[in-house]
Design a protein around this ligand. Structure first.
Ligand code: ATP
Ligand code: MG
Length: 557
């Protein structure tokens, strides 16, 4: 990528599209996002979605959503529905361009017959294992199948009977007749159709044979007049086969495949196989568990779609694989939320404070701003009274030198309220501090002393009289290791990925806020209300903390 194209928000694929439009090779651009409905979409897919839909938007073209539903044993309607929901949530619209590879099964079958008639495909009776053994290696050529020169009529007959369901699974396959000595193993007579007696979410039991990914993909692109077929690098070696089908079949258009680097993230595994096993194995609560890198999980966690789009924009599109630090993702989330999220006060681990010189049985209302940089968000009233809660962490009985928050004899500011000084501590039988006895200075109302004296700490708090109890769920990386290994992922799960706080206290405005909106708990981070909330029960998810604490924990670890 050149500096110039970086500046323009450009990448090598956008450069190609721009050039093809400028040269007149294409009048308009048509892309597609082609998920297999065998799981929920994840952050990696978000990169592909933003690229495909983004290019269509930027260049005035179209982008289709096409389900690559050629493997009925793994595909489900639940996934088809979830994928559509998630693409829309991310902010993209396929208009009338909703397609399924299964819509083309009849055409693909006819094209397979064309290949047979042209002596470019044959029915092979070898087992899968025999085919694999005869395929050769990177250094050795493969061996021709004994069925390779089967007469055309026999091939047509057998292929029709495969379709009709006469043979059991695995009995035969249809293969392209290309070159068993090719340096590219994908060209060594690849399998085009396999027998599979399985129920398909869309075609039911109409078919007993299903096309391979390779036989379906390029032809589907061609049928939809896709101009730029964008996929990840692992398909680079498949491109010669993609082209071979287009060259050898009477297809209606000539798409071109381009490959880009897939997204990898530290502390994360972006593989549907692993994500499926996390769900099925009960390691997480479901596809939308807020620790999951799925779009459904991120949405539930409170990540705005705009933050995802911004993140994808920043990582760019390259030709070489690399791994992005998850901290970059958190940064984009924080930045996006900082601009809009209203500020609230919530005490995660409460410690009771009694203001001894505040008149009993009374209280007052103070004014708090909803957003320090956005006056249009206005202010709200918060109640102050004799009994409050502060954060346990904000008090130390025997503080070290640099601890400026509350300690015996020390004065601090309570945000939007008064200066208070700690006079005494109350302990339980176990010797733990359970209550602080403090005094306040009525002259410091609003948080400033008329005599100009300063305090070194400003703390958040809630009033005990009207605070609302809440459950707060704190999330950390699902995988403790930065580069988890997909092969034995279960052993690398972070045992501290979820911490549930049950006795938190939040200001009453939070019970009335729109449940959809993210909020900032002052000094704590960004939070959103979880769907487990119900009338009388408030549950919050921490979307992201205010600062990156992970790096520090790992370093001292
Ligand atoms: P997985 O590797 O998670 O099983 P997949 O490639 O099998 O994913 P598909 O449903 O086939 O999943 O993917 C749809 C599209 O999303 C493909 O074009 C694929 O290249 C792209 N894609 C999948 N994973 C990533 C990723 N990590 N980064 C970028 N694009 C991705
Ligand atoms: Mg795939």
């Amino acid at each position: 990528m050149t500096d110039e194209s970086l500046e323009a928000g450009r990448d090598f694929i956008r450069d190609i599209v721009a050039a093809d439009l400028a040269s007149g090779k294409h009048k308009s651009v048509v892309t597609r996002f082609p998920p297999e409905p065998n799981g929920y979409l994840h952050l990696g897919h978000a990169k592909s979605i933003c690229l495909n839909f983004g290019i269509a938007e930027e260049f005035g073209g179209r982008c289709n959503l096409r389900f690559d539903d050629t493997n009925p044993t793994k595909e489900e309607q639940e996934y088809i529905d979830a994928i559509q929901r998630d693409v829309r949530w991310l902010g993209f619209d396929w208009g009338t361009g909703l397609h399924y590879a299964s819509d083309y099964f009849e055409q693909l079958y006819a094209w397979a017959q064309d290949l047979i008639r042209a002596a470019k495909a044959y029915v092979d009776d070898q087992s899968q294992e025999e085919i694999r053994l005869a395929r050769g290696t990177l250094t050795e050529p493969g061996r021709n199948s004994a069925f390779r020169d089967r007469p055309v009529d026999e091939n047509l007959d057998l292929f029709a009977r495969m379709r009709a369901g006469e043979f059991p699974n695995g009995a035969r396959v249809l293969r392209a007749k290309i070159d068993m000595a090719s340096g590219n193993i994908n060209l060594r007579d690849p399998v085009l159709y396999r027998i599979l007696h399985a129920h398909h979410p869309r075609t039911g039991t109409a078919w007993n044979i299903y096309p391979s990914y390779d036989f379906a993909h390029g032809q589907s692109d061609s049928i939809e007049h896709i101009t730029h077929s964008i996929c990840t690098l692992e398909f680079e070696d498949h491109r010669p086969l993609y082209d071979w089908f287009l060259d050898n079949l009477p297809v209606p258009s000539r798409p071109h495949q381009y490959e880009f680097a897939r997204l990898n993230l530290t502390h994360t595994l972006l593989s549907k196989r692993v994500l499926t096993e996390l769900v099925r194995g009960g390691h997480v609560s479901g596809w939308d568990d807020p620790r999951m890198p799925t779009l459904a999980g991120l949405q539930r966690r409170g990540v705005p779609a705009a933050a995802l789009r911004e993140f994808v924009k920043r990582i760019g599109v390259a030709k070489a694989n690399s791994t992005v630090d998850i901290g970059m993702f958190d940064f984009a989330v924080r930045e996006t939320l900082n601009k809009s999220a209203p500020r609230r006060m919530a005490v995660l681990r409460p410690l009771k404070v009694v203001i001894e010189n505040y008149p009993e049985g009374t209280s007052e209302e103070l004014e708090a701003v909803n957003h320090p940089d956005d006056p249009s968000q206005g202010t709200r009233r918060i109640r102050f009274g004799r009994e409050l809660y502060i954060e346990q962490d904000d008090f130390m009985e025997n503080p070290p030198k640099k601890f400026f928050r509350l300690s015996p004899g020390n004065e601090v500011r309570l945000r939007y309220a008064y200066f208070i000084t700690c006079r005494d501590v109350v302990k339980n039988a176990a010797g733990e501090v359970v209550e602080l006895r403090c005094t306040y200075d009525p002259a410091t109302k609003g948080g400033n002393a008329p005599d100009g004296r300063k305090v070194k700490a400003t703390m958040h708090w809630v009033s005990a009289a009207d605070a609302v109890p809440a459950e707060i769920r704190l999330y950390n990386h699902l995988f403790a290791t930065a580069q988890p290994d997909a092969a034995n992922f279960a052993s690398q799960l972070n045992p501290q990925s979820l911490e549930i706080l049950v006795g938190s206290m939040v200001e009453p405005a939070l019970a009335g806020d729109n449940a959809e909106d993210a909020v900032q708990f002052e000094r704590q981070g960004y939070f959103c209300r979880d769907k487990d909330s119900s009338p009388g029960r408030l549950v919050f998810n921490r979307t992201v903390g205010l600062r990156d604490t992970w790096a520090k924990v790992a370093a001292t670890g």
